[in-house]
Design a protein around this ligand. Structure first.
Ligand code: SAH
Ligand code: SF4
Ligand code: F3S
Length: 470
């Protein structure tokens, strides 16, 4: 193969053709490498963080499958990728823990290629640490150039030198690259990237850049293609789907996605309360395919703290919004995110959080201890809350969440469940989800996976149900 010729021709190619070209080039190199070694080459992708990152990992796996690697769950693979998250300090520490083990593995397998990507790589201090302490890392890229993965692999394979490429921003949205889905029956679809909200505690706008929305035609075409291969449930993904702007609004996009034959359930994640419109409530209430579940992160119940967080709503306006939603959809399931210990949070502020939890009655709440993120406005705020105070508040919050969820209101109801997997603890049970995203375990066999079945919710066990198929 003449790689020089390839090098020249790729200069004139536009995305995604340029990447498809590198996928083909790598495929040839990997074919030769496998023939030389007389064995297959494996890859492992380890994902930290949110749905956005999991979806990005599906894109990386799609490219690696095309190139000719085989997936394994083992971290001693021939190519390993850590797709990182930096939302809280402990997400960061996890990566360094994994890298600590990897040095030995790499010494045992000289073929091993170590790749790092994702949100953490967009932080300059992390890149400095990797360059100085983890020299065995081969390929590093960020959130703005994930689509270039094949090109970076090619550069590494052809030079043998570490490749580090981090972009500060990128307005390009590259469509039509391969993806490998974890489930055959459900899938995420990106509708937008980045975030413009700059909540003062949050690092996402710094590591994911400004909002950019995909075109509605591209989103619909992806949903149609997924439906054709048997996908029944889709999750529209964005940091704040309510500010989607692809020439049409998010509610209008939802209406259009509902028209796609074969797609039976539509979810979306995440909704910022400040932008949740009456039109969205109307579409949710009237379109049967839109799941009656809303994840509506409140973060705090104190208006003062919400102002310091730059959330741009108050305790009262959030509660009014919840009332409006419940009026339009009495059966809706609401879930949320809450942060404990934001700088300056007093006992009174915290009690407002307990009060909002009581008033809303969330079916599930993801509770986080505030984590200081370098470069965010909150990191420089006075009155950081001492650890002892947070340790005292956190269990009180968990207790309030447990005592005020009304999840047992579903007990005795028959719900349509999309069957997802064999129960890990007891393989005579299957595990699935209702449209409210409630987890249900019931007796059944593996050929039900990917199907909708009716299940009676017999017993409520905290945040999940035991049920019977009927
Ligand atoms: N875009 C989503 C949230 C993405 S991050 C939204 O605005 O709803 C997921 C959750 O992590 C946030 O809702 C918040 O509760 C939590 N989080 C973000 N930054 C944090 C920090 N510095 N410390 C603790 N929790 C944080
Ligand atoms: Fe972070 Fe706020 Fe953006 Fe969510 S909306 S990603 S919490 S800045
Ligand atoms: Fe983490 Fe990045 Fe998601 S910081 S939560 S993986 S957007």
């Amino acid at each position: 193969m003449n790689t020089n010729l390839n090098d020249k021709s790729d200069e004139f190619l536009m995305e995604p053709d340029r990447q498809l070209h590198f996928i083909n080039t790598c495929k040839q190199l990997i074919f030769d490498k496998k023939a030389g070694l007389g064995r297959n080459l494996t890859y492992c992708v380890v994902t930290f963080g949110c749905q956005m990152n999991s979806h990005d990992s599906e894109k990386l796996k799609g490219i690696l499958d095309e190139i000719g690697y085989e997936e394994t769950e083992n971290e001693d693979a021939d190519l390993i990728i850590y797709n990182t998250c930096t939302i809280r300090e402990n997400a960061n520490l996890k990566l360094y823990g994994h890298l600590g083990h990897l040095k030995n593995l790499k010494q045992k397998n000289p073929e091993m290629i170590v790749c790092l990507c994702g949100c953490m790589m967009q932080e300059p201090h992390v890149i400095e640490t990797i360059k100085s302490k983890y020299r065995f890392v081969d390929i590093v890229f960020g959130t703005h150039n994930l689509y270039k993965f094949a090109e970076l692999v090619y550069t590494f394979l052809s030079t043998g030198k570490p490749v580090i490429e981090i972009l500060e921003k990128n307005d390009l949205i590259v469509e039509a690259l391969p993806k490998k889905r974890k489930y055959s029956f459900k899938s995420g679809i990106n509708i937008m990237f980045g975030c413009n909200n700059f909540c003062t505690y949050c690092i996402v706008p710094y590591v994911r850049g400004r909002e950019k929305s995909r075109k509605p035609e591209e989103i619909i075409a992806e949903a149609e293609a997924l439906a054709r291969v048997g996908v029944k449930e889709i999750m529209l993904l964005g940091q704040n789907v309510n500010s989607y702007d692809g020439g049409i609004s998010f509610p209008e996009l939802l209406r259009r996605v509902c028209k796609v034959d074969g797609i039976k359930r539509i979810r979306f994640m995440t909704s910022h309360p400040k932008d949740l419109s009456d039109e969205l409530i109307e579409v949710m209430a009237s379109e049967a395919k839109v799941c009656k579940h809303l994840h509506l992160p409140v973060q705090s119940g104190s208006t003062e703290i919400l102002t310091k967080m730059n959330r741009r709503y108050t305790k009262e306006s959030y509660l009014e919004l919840v009332d409006k939603i419940k009026k339009a959809m009495p059966d809706i399931s609401l879930t949320t995110d809450i942060i404990v210990g934001f700088p300056g949070e007093t006992e009174k502020d915290f009690e407002d959080t307990l009060d909002i939890v009581k008033k809303v009655g969330y079916d599930q709440a993801y509770t986080f201890i505030y984590s200081k993120r370098t470069g965010t406005p909150a990191a420089a705020m006075d009155n950081q809350v001492p650890d002892e105070v947070i340790k005292e508040r956190f269990p009180r919050l968990l207790k309030a969440v447990n005592e005020n969820n009304h999840i047992d209101r579903y007990k005795g109801q028959v719900k349509e469940v999309l069957v997802e997997e064999i129960n890990v603890q007891d393989n005579s049970l299957m595990t699935g989800r209702t449209e409210e995203s409630l987890t249900v375990h019931f007796k059944g066999d593996a050929d039900l996976i990917g199907q909708f079945v009716n299940v009676r919710l017999d017993e409520c066990k905290g945040f999940y149900f035991m049920g019977t198929r009927i």
